[in-house]
Design a protein around this ligand. Structure first.
Ligand SMILES: Cc1cc2nc3c(=O)[nH]c(=O)nc-3n(C[C@H](O)[C@H](O)[C@H](O)COP(=O)(O)OP(=O)(O)OC[C@H]3O[C@@H](n4cnc5c(N)ncnc54)[C@H](O)[C@@H]3O)c2cc1C
Length: 344
């Protein structure tokens, strides 16, 4: 039974029936078609494994996307890029910086593959990738039919897209197409980026890398899957209830208007890290899983953690935050049991 440990950045010990690497659509379809009718065999498509945690042995085949290739052309106003889903995200961002195809600088050093970026609409430091995606090329697993999803078709939201819902487990993403405006405003409103003097894409890229390295554990040294939970978005009423008790609740208005009459309709994002910290979990260790001391949104594998350690810790956090604030945290990571995705 091949080991999945090195295929997931969380690095739990787990195995599966087989691991198959594919480099193009036809090799994917021939592997897929040879196993799809075996009802005893689940299938999971994997990129870099930085958002997938195998909490148990997986009774099935893991198909690892290695479709490569980057092509580029430009017009007077835009750069256009077509990128193989198996390209490494950060290497791609670095290449774009070197070529002066700007726009991705805030999204530097996010682990994983290009193919996974639209699925949860990756975002960091004030930029979400949906603002740069033109279209996503996919193949329907069952029929092999190729389909192109426009940006609108993708129904992007906060860490969300149609590929997490109607199209979940139905398509393979083969290529992502980006459209980068040559003239745009740099995003420097986020924390330490605001302190940059005369910001340039290069300065933002370097600063983002520096901040991420100082705050987030490197998965190569300490197993983790980045943010374990999504930041909850709550109503103005829920936020006000919390703000009455806690003076300094960090929060961001994510929708609604600032007109007085509409304030009650606003949606407020509260950082899950703050909620988890307030619930007393920052730096807390349970068996071999730790809530990271400098970023409590990240759970880490101290070495030898088991799937049940992870699930127990995650459930404890969810229950404590719910008890204290009445807010239900939702995982951002994909948790897998022996038959496929599981929920907490
Ligand atoms: C240290 C660290 C920091 C992180 N920081 C951020 C951050 O700042 N912002 C952010 O948004 N995320 C962040 N993440 C999460 C992660 O990097 C992203 O979710 C990334 O896009 C996952 O890519 P992946 O290829 O590793 O996904 P995987 O874990 O391999 O797959 C994720 C999901 O996508 C599916 N999938 C993958 N590829 C395909 C494909 N080609 N076709 C169809 N389905 C596919 C898988 O089945 C799975 O359900 C971080 C993770 C880590 C470890």
């Amino acid at each position: 039974m091949p080991s999945l440990q090195s295929y997931s950045t969380f690095g739990l010990s787990a195995s599966c029936d087989s691991i198959e690497l594919f480099t193009d659509v036809s090799s994917f379809l021939s592997i897929y078609n040879s196993i799809k009718n075996r009802t005893d065999n689940a299938i999971y498509i994997l990129g870099g494994g930085s958002n997938s945690i195998f909490t148990n042995d997986f009774d099935g085949t893991v198909l690892v996307n290695e479709i490569k290739g980057i092509s580029h052309f430009d017009t007077e106003s835009h750069h256009f890029l077509r990128v193989g889903a198996g390209e490494n995200w950060h290497d791609f961002v670095t290449l774009c910086m070197n070529e002066k195809w700007y726009g991705f600088e805030n999204l530097a050093l996010i682990p994983g593959s290009v193919g996974a970026c639209p699925i949860q609409n990756i975002g960091a430091y004030g930029v979400e990738v949906n603002t740069l995606i033109e279209k996503v090329e996919c193949v329907f697993l069952k029929t092999g039919e190729q389909v192109v999803l426009s940006n609108e078709d993708c129904q992007f939201g906060y860490r969300d897209s149609v590929i997490k819902h109607e199209l979940a487990n139905k398509v393979l993403i083969t290529h992502v197409n980006f459209k980068l405006p040559k003239h745009y405003e740099l995003e420097t409103s986020y924390g330490e980026l605001a302190a940059l003097s005369e910001p340039t894409p290069e300065k933002i890229y370097s600063k983002v890398i520096e901040i991420r390295k100082s705050k987030l554990p490197d998965p190569a040294e300490l197993g983790n899957a980045g943010s374990f939970f999504k930041n909850p978005v709550v109503s103005q009423a829920v936020y006000q209830g919390i703000a009455q008790e806690y003076d300094s609740v960090p929060h961001f208005v994510v929708s609604g208007s600032t007109e007085l009459s509409s304030i009650e309709n606003e949606q407020i994002k509260i950082p899950a890290a703050w909620l988890i910290d307030q619930a007393g979990f920052k730096g807390k260790t349970l068996n071999k899983v730790r809530c990271h001391p400098t970023q409590p949104l990240v759970l880490t594998n101290l070495g030898g953690a088991t799937g049940s350690d992870v699930i127990t810790m995650a459930k404890d956090i969810i229950a404590s935050v719910h008890e204290k604030f009445g807010i239900q945290l939702e995982p951002e990571v994909r948790l897998l049991g022996n038959k496929g995705l599981i929920s907490l």
